[in-house]
Design a protein around this ligand. Structure first.
Ligand SMILES: N[C@@H](CCC(=O)N[C@@H](CS)C(=O)NCC(=O)O)C(=O)O
Length: 208
């Protein structure tokens, strides 16, 4: 049984979606980010980075959303191209690209003071916006040529991670859905029963 420490709409979203898509039993534990529960000594023992998500399995606590997706896909044998298949290379490439490039740009957008202090917030946000839009251009080009999913015909956890990151852009000046191919990608994932199940479980309404 998996136990997912989550906050609604946060970086736990893609892991939560993966657990639903994989139809495996899991338990949710809500972490109150507003009150700083993620920095409590109890939570820091599970995740020393003081962020969500954390996934606990067999008494082992693991963190980093992209790593959790890769691990779950490997462990469950679902939502990833089989080992040794040609799609394995683009799959790993997209997972790492999303985690190393797009996700940190969102961290900079939502936590701009971390980049260069409170005085540089506007510049940090402007730079983050440029980074996000460059990646959305790149994703749009790739999906136009190779879609409907990042690895072609089959849904993988990379798509779930990309979907979560696209959701995070919903209040930005140029959200992901401004690119028609990304809007179609988003619509396809929203139409899956897993999206409705996650929204109900996390109590989300925005961007439904
Ligand atoms: N690289 C981490 C980033 C996680 C992260 O930044 N989580 C945010 C929510 S989206 C968080 O917990 N923020 C609370 C904080 O930083 O105190 C991952 O992918 O798991």
């Amino acid at each position: 049984m998996y136990k997912l420490y989550f906050a609604p709409g946060a970086a736990s979203f893609s892991v939560h979606l993966a657990l639903i898509e994989m139809a495996v039993p899991f338990e949710l534990v809500r972490v109150d980010l507003q009150s700083g529960e993620q920095k409590s000594s109890e939570y820091l023992r599970l995740n020393p980075n003081g962020v969500v998500p954390t996934l606990v399995h067999d008494g082992q606590a693991m963190s980093e959303s992209a790593a959790l997706l890769l691990w779950l896909a490997e462990r469950e044998g679902k939502l990833a191209p089989p080992m040794g298949s040609p799609a394995r290379a683009p799959y790993l490439q997209w997972m790492l690209y999303l985690a190393n490039t797009l996700q940190p740009a969102f961290r900079q957008w939502f936590y701009p003071h971390e980049a260069a202090g409170e005085a540089a917030i506007d510049g940090a946000k402007a730079a983050a916006q440029v980074k996000v839009e460059v990646v959305f251009d790149r994703l749009a080009d790739h999906l136009s040529a190779n879609g409907p999913y990042l690895c072609g015909a089959d849904l993988t956890v990379a798509d779930l991670h990309a979907f979560m990151l696209m959701r995070w852009s919903r209040n930005m000046p140029k959200p992901a859905t401004s690119w028609p191919v990304l809007a179609a990608f988003v619509a396809g994932l929203k139409a899956r029963p897993s999206f409705k199940a996650l929204y109900e479980a996390e109590g989300l309404t925005e961007w439904a």
